[in-house]
Design a protein around this ligand. Structure first.
Ligand SMILES: [Zn+2]
Ligand SMILES: [Zn+2]
Length: 460
């Protein structure tokens, strides 16, 4: 909606002319008069958290609070609830309602999930220089023969996420962000920064030693290329942020796949969400490890949710589905639980880890980010703030300041301090500490920013 449409909708709701509102996270703030019911679908989705720009809020938590204040019911729906919500049900703050059977339209059985050990496949020389293992290639071939469809998840866009000099290891990085550039084949072959969008030409030789540049790693474009080589008769389509940039492209791709024009759909996590195509009987995860290795305490939770969701795309009508997960960590408990569609065991395992490390839902966290064009200055602001916090704290751990995972974005350096406390420490106490440290540290110079994120959704 554009601003005008939003205003009209807001006015109609406020006047009572409309009584139901459907929308993304800000809809939870809609000016309804007597709210009776708030439904938060896929409540575990991280997109419910708004970070930039402020206000920083979690729309699910706002929904719970608003429903409580209005005396309304709030329904949180998910097949893979967030661990926070699971714990709230366990603590009887929420009432758990289970739906143990698949809805009638999906009367079929759950898909069979298999793990493919990429290390073994490589040893057997079954990868043929590509990323699709023999079982996955065989599975796709079978579907092509039966006029069924395949979805492949590869959660990185572009062609090759790593570009490196074969001789000296030099890797071109974005001048404005501290990340390496991704090679893209379509849309004007070249290097692109996934943080700021800046493009650069692909260097023919290494700018540092003159050696030859190699393209390593696999993005969605490379998976499409490998498929086209292996199955020249198949029609392959791609869905990721690059392919859906133009208006209506998203719908066009889905129509193409839904009508059966395309045999294989390759994409990032976009393909995991809510697609319902009856002829899809195979889902392949090209690299199930990518998300697991993120340095974030929620990495396993997000991976389990993503794998469960994408697996749910296979075999949705009368045809039984099959899911193949390619990995280098076949013993990972997260993958093992995904294998058996066992949310409860996964939650038990993950909650034990969280408890041991005092992470939510067993602890409270807040992240404070210090950001600005000068590295030293940004760090100094962080140090000052952190020293003030440390001086005032009891029972709250103050960790930092540390450089953020991506230290520089759009020419701004980022440092982070994390506050961590037991659940028995009340939120108000953390708020007071945040306020006191911020007041004591004084004003932030022009061009610099201090951003406080209570209950931070990501620590990277
Ligand atoms: Zn070199
Ligand atoms: Zn950049």
């Amino acid at each position: 909606m554009n601003a005008g449409e939003r205003y009209d909708a807001w006015r109609q709701l406020r006047a009572g002319e409309r009584r139901i509102v459907i929308g993304p996270r800000s809809a939870v703030l809609a000016p309804l008069r007597d709210v009776g019911l708030i439904v938060v679908d896929e409540e575990h989705e991280t997109s419910y958290k708004q970070f930039d720009p402020a206000p920083r809020y979690h729309a699910r938590d706002v929904a719970v609070m608003r429903a409580r204040q209005a005396g309304a019911a709030c329904v949180l729906g998910s097949a893979t609830p967030s661990l926070e919500s699971t714990m709230n049900a366990h603590r009887e703050k929420y009432t758990r309602l289970e739906m143990p059977e698949r809805v009638p339209a999906l009367k079929g059985e759950l898909p069979e999930v298999q793990i493919i050990d990429l290390t073994k496949e490589r040893k057997k020389r079954q990868l043929a220089g590509g990323v699709l293992s023999k079982p996955l290639r065989d599975g796709i071939r079978k579907r092509l023969g039966r006029d069924e469809q395949t979805i492949l998840l590869q959660n990185r866009r572009g062609y090759a996420p790593i570009v490196e000099c074969a001789d000296c290891g030099f890797s071109p990085t974005c001048g404005d962000c501290s990340v390496t550039l991704t090679f893209h084949k379509s849309g004007g072959r070249g290097l692109r920064c996934h943080y700021c969008g800046k493009k650069r030409r692909f260097p023919r030789e290494c700018p540092s030693c003159g050696g030859s540049m190699e393209r390593l790693g696999t993005g969605t474009q490379r998976v499409v290329e490998e498929l086209e080589k292996a199955f020249p008769e198949a029609s392959v389509t791609r869905m990721d942020r690059d392919a859906t940039r133009r208006k209506d492209a998203h719908r066009r791709i889905l129509n193409e796949f839904g009508s059966g024009e395309a045999d294989v759909l390759v994409g990032t996590q976009m393909v995991a969400k809510g697609l319902d195509f009856h002829r899809v009987t195979l889902v392949g995860v090209v690299n199930a490890d990518a998300g697991l290795l993120m340095p974030d305490f929620r990495a396993t939770e997000h991976t389990f949710q993503l794998l469960t969701q994408v697996a749910g795309r296979a075999g949705r009508a009368d045809l039984r589905g099959e899911v193949l997960l390619q990995t280098r960590n076949p013993k990972s408990p997260t993958l093992q639980h995904a294998l058996s569609h066992d949310y409860k065991s996964f939650a038990r395992h993950a909650l034990r880890e969280r408890r041991a490390l005092r992470y939510p839902p067993f602890g409270r966290i807040a992240a404070v980010e210090f950001r600005g064009p000068g590295k030293k200055k940004a760090k100094r602001i962080g140090r000052q703030w952190t020293a003030e916090a440390e001086r005032r704290t009891e029972q709250i751990d103050v960790i930092g300041p540390e450089p953020a995972l991506v230290e520089r974005v759009k020419r701004n350096y980022r440092f982070r301090t994390i506050l961590k406390a037991a659940r028995s420490v009340l939120p108000g106490r953390i708020q007071r500490l945040l306020r006191a440290a911020t007041d004591a540290a004084g004003s932030v110079p022009n061009g610099y920013r201090l951003a406080i994120d209570v209950d931070a959704a990501r620590l990277t």
